[in-house]
Design a protein around this ligand. Structure first.
Ligand SMILES: NC(=O)c1ccc[n+]([C@@H]2O[C@H](COP(=O)([O-])OP(=O)(O)OC[C@H]3O[C@@H](n4cnc5c(N)ncnc54)[C@H](O)[C@@H]3O)[C@@H](O)[C@H]2O)c1
Length: 284
């Protein structure tokens, strides 16, 4: 049975908080009396998040790839935190869309450094604080693409599978302590992830530019960031070890179990249908 946890009212740390899910988490948790620490590479977006928060906030420009700076950041958080640390959300992430044949190694490395090593750096920097408290949760953002492999997503899927493996291993190490580790697997959430992606060319050969791909993504996402933040917050407090975010996440999870080698027969078909509908809507 999962053990309930309380993070409302505790200090929380959120990376990637200048946009999307991270910003929505900051807003929700601040409204639930959490002193909030927000970090991101995007200073302008971070300021916008800061001004939208009703409660105490520590704002820090941080590149999650920098392990030494993550440790310095953790020290600053320990000095600032008005309440014990309830949760650390290693949420910052980026996207690349490319077939393996066309992959640009620097783009894939950029993604792995942020989406996987950024999570490892954040976990290592903050775990000693949680261990000392014998309380708190490391919440690492994987994806539904950490449950299934998708075409043109080899770098992203491999990083998100790695986050899942790392976090699951950590959770076993933490058994019997007051600290835990949680995987978050969002489905499609309507954020800036595609707009912020590294883009070279349409991997499906349909000649779309990045704006068109972002618009298409927005049209097929089923969940808004505020809803994602609510699901994640509730999931952490319910003591879940992994949190599926959005109805599509439950479909991906079920398909990965039922048809571990054939899930894409269904997913590919559904994607084509959804995109066709989105195009028809846009043409009206
Ligand atoms: N949107 C989705 O459909 C979806 C689905 C599954 C998983 N996710 C994951 O959710 C997380 C949040 O993404 P989002 O959808 O809110 O996207 P987003 O682009 O709206 O927000 C991501 C934030 O991460 C920040 N960031 C990027 N590189 C960074 C770095 N090196 N250091 C610090 N911050 C950095 C960006 O500046 C941005 O503010 C990511 O890990 C993403 O992979 C998103």
């Amino acid at each position: 049975m999962s053990k309930r946890r309380t993070i409302s009212g505790r200090t929380v740390v959120i990376t990637g908080a200048a946009s999307g899910i991270g910003r929505a988490l900051a807003q929700r948790l601040s409204a639930h009396s959490c002193p909030v620490v927000i970090a991101d590479v995007d200073e302008v977006g971070l300021k916008e998040t800061e001004t939208s928060l009703p409660g105490p906030v520590l704002t820090r420009v941080l590149d999650v790839r920098d392990a030494a700076d993550q440790r310095a950041f953790a020290d600053e958080v320990a000095d600032w935190a008005p309440q014990p640390l309830g949760a650390v959300f290693n949420n910052a992430g980026v996207a690349v869309a490319s077939n393996v044949l066309d992959a640009v190694p620097e783009d894939d490395q950029w993604l792995w450094d942020i989406n996987f090593h950024g999570v490892v750096n954040g976990t290592r920097a903050f775990l000693p604080i949680l261990a000392k408290q014998d309380e708190g949760v490391i919440v690492n953002t994987s994806s539904v693409f950490g449950l299934v492999g998708m075409p043109s997503q080899s770098a992203y899927c491999s990083a998100k599978f790695a986050v899942r493996g790392f976090t699951d291993a950590l959770r076993q190490e933490l058994r019997g302590t007051g600290v835990s580790a949680v995987n978050v697997h969002p489905g499609g959430i309507n954020t800036n992830i595609v707009r912020n992606a590294r883009f070279r060319k349409d991997p499906e050969g349909r000649g779309r530019n990045q704006t068109q791909m972002a618009d298409e993504f927005a049209a097929i996402t089923l969940t808004q960031p505020a809803k994602a933040a609510e699901i994640i917050h509730r999931g952490v407090e319910a003591g879940k070890a992994r949190i599926l975010v959005g109805p599509d996440a439950y479909v991906f999870d079920a398909l990965a179990r039922i048809a571990p080698t054939h899930y894409y027969d269904v997913i590919g078909f559904a994607q084509t249908r959804l995109r066709g509908r989105a195009r028809a809507r846009a043409a009206r």
